[in-house]
Write a new protein. Structure first.
Length: 577
């Protein structure tokens, strides 16, 4: 393998020349206490750290960054920590999805504008993983993704609790009056008891698994619980490997190939992945110039069973159990020849290398192909006159009786309106009712909030019901469950067919046929189209205005139209003076 020389590194353009501008770079670096021996003949490795005081998932990153620096120094590199926005799912309103592309742009520009040769990306909470990777792909420097790791199992009254999933479950029980306020407060205190991201197979665990399956993390890294000492060792290994990747010139386009993307989709489906995975996978692939489509995800999903028996698709286990059962590498082993062996990882070696030696310690947690949790993949893509560009459902996480369903629509145009409906114990509806929330998509939300798992209405809770068909152009948390059809595209806010649906219209859901229809004549829909009035835009200035003008629809990955790879990276970077 041909290795780079120091004068071929980007950072040498800042530090090496004997001129006034580079003298200033060197002088200001020494101002911070560094010595020329710290940077001379060494690659500079950026550590993009998404730690913040408002980010419980990344609370340990203030410590982990020091372990990353240790690894970089051990391998002969110069570590430079560059903080980036944190995007806490727990705190940010209206939704972190509004800012995913902002973090992607920030990552790309941090790497472009600083004298760095490679990077370690520190993320894990839902949108940080795709955002960091999207930005780093577009910049094109060698990088390793360091996943935050799942938190420890929740615990209350001797029972394990799963973040998100059990809060949704028990909130319905609280609203139904079957648990007390004191019990609820006990669950609040016990469900999230360590740093780290959600320990269910929500969006965070899904996306870090996808990053590893795409070859962007060290083998096994995505499964390690945040509080486990293995996570500290892995952090140091990421630092060491990032230095080596720079000398090897192992850039993203050599790793993220069409087969690597298909492997990532296959692993995602086998995990029982979050519905959000579809949007982020499409966006990440397209940044790498790979035109992943909804139909590609559905095709792979039809032949990839769910093997990870983890909530919410599973009923008992959590990510800590997944790690102790063998982790993501054990799941890859169970997938066998469903993974393409030609794909490589940040190690420079094949993704499947060494899988024959991986041990599976609990095959109820990580199932074999012969005994799956669900016979098809986690997600199904629907088409029809309600969603000509597609919609998504998680069949494994909803009551099978709703896989084929016809019922009357009950339509709400806003989140406050849907709240009034679900909180009214006497609101007229039946178990067949199809509850609809619209104007909650990429532009309508704004930012496509996680409103798609509409809580069960009190009117049905008092009948003992815990699931119903729900439709929205919103997303839902990856920890969610139920018969929820999401990501309806085009969204209603821009005039998609969902905008034409009226309360009382019959809606047909047929998951085996991959169909979602409103049973309304073409003539009636044409008249409704003529009568439709576009809603008032949300923003008149700033980032929100830019978002509104350039955000793509869910089936395209919700990236900004001007960041697509067909717009290209510069053939050569602007001159650095």
């Amino acid at each position: 393998m041909t290795r780079k020389t120091y004068d071929q590194l980007r950072s040498s353009r800042w530090f090496a020349p004997d001129d006034q501008r580079s003298s200033g770079h060197r002088s200001r670096t020494m101002q911070m206490g560094y010595d020329p021996a710290d940077w001379e003949e060494k690659p500079v490795i950026a550590i993009i750290n998404t730690w913040s005081d408002a980010q419980p998932c990344h609370a340990h990153f203030k410590d982990r960054v020091e372990w990353v620096k240790r690894g970089i120094l051990q391998a002969g590199g110069f570590p430079v920590e560059l903080p980036a926005m944190s995007l806490s799912e727990s705190w940010v309103k209206p939704t972190t999805m509004l800012y995913r592309n902002m973090l992607a742009m920030e990552t790309e520009e941090l790497l472009r504008s600083h004298p760095v040769d490679g990077a370690v990306l520190m993320g894990g909470c839902d949108k940080t993983t795709p955002a960091l990777i999207m930005g780093a792909i577009s910049m094109g420097l060698p990088f390793v993704f360091l996943p935050a790791g799942p938190m420890l199992r929740g615990n209350y009254a001797g029972k394990y609790l799963g973040s998100g999933t059990d809060m949704f479950k028990y909130w319905d029980e609280r609203r139904a009056g079957t648990i007390t306020k004191e019990e609820w407060m006990g669950m609040e205190a016990g469900i999230a008891r360590s740093y780290g991201h959600c320990m269910t197979m929500g969006t965070a665990s899904t996306m870090t698994a996808i990053a590893e399956a795409m070859g962007l993390s060290l083998p096994g890294a995505s499964s390690i619980p945040a509080a486990d000492a293995n996570h500290q060792r892995m952090s140091t290994q990421c630092g060491r490997r990032a230095v080596e990747m720079v000398w090897e010139d192992l850039t993203p386009e050599k790793i993220i190939t069409p087969v690597a993307v298909e492997n990532a989709v296959t692993v995602a489906m086998a995990t029982g992945c979050s519905t959000n995975a579809i949007i982020h996978l499409i966006a990440m692939a397209r940044r790498a110039g790979i035109p992943l489509e909804l139909d590609d995800l559905d095709r792979i999903g039809r032949t990839t069973p769910v093997l990870a028996n983890i909530r919410p698709s599973g009923t008992q286990y959590l990510m800590e159990d997944f790690f102790y059962a063998g982790g993501i590498r054990a799941l890859m082993k169970q997938l066998g020849d469903k993974l393409d062996p030609s794909a490589i990882t940040v190690t420079g070696r094949p993704l499947v290398e060494g899988l024959e030696d991986v041990k599976i310690f609990n095959d109820d947690v990580i199932r074999p192909l012969s005994n799956p949790v669900y016979h098809e993949g986690s997600l199904a893509v629907l088409k029809g006159n309600l969603c000509p560009d597609g919609a998504v459902i998680k069949p494994a996480a909803c009551d099978p009786k709703f896989h084929k369903h016809v019922g009357p629509a009950l339509v709400a145009d806003s989140y406050p309106e849907i709240k009034k409906i679900i909180d009214d114990p006497d609101y007229p509806m039946t178990p067949d009712t199809v509850l609809v929330l619209r104007n909650a998509g990429p532009q309508g939300g704004p930012g496509m909030p996680e409103w798609g798992m509409i809580p069960m209405p009190k009117a049905l809770l008092k009948l003992g019901l815990r699931d119903m068909v729900r439709l929205s152009d919103a997303r839902m948390s990856g920890t969610s469950f139920g018969a929820c059809v999401l990501h309806i595209a085009p969204e209603s806010f821009v005039g998609g067919p969902l905008a034409l649906l009226k309360t009382g219209d019959l809606v047909e859901l047929d998951i085996p046929a991959r169909r979602l229809q409103m049973l309304v004549s073409d003539e009636e829909l044409a008249q409704r189209r003529e009568d439709w009035v576009a809603p008032t835009p949300h923003y008149e200035r700033g980032y929100g205005l830019m978002f509104s003008k350039h955000i793509e629809q869910a089936d395209k990955g919700c990236d900004f139209d001007f960041l697509r790879t067909e717009h290209g990276r510069p053939v050569d970077e602007p001159v650095i003076y």
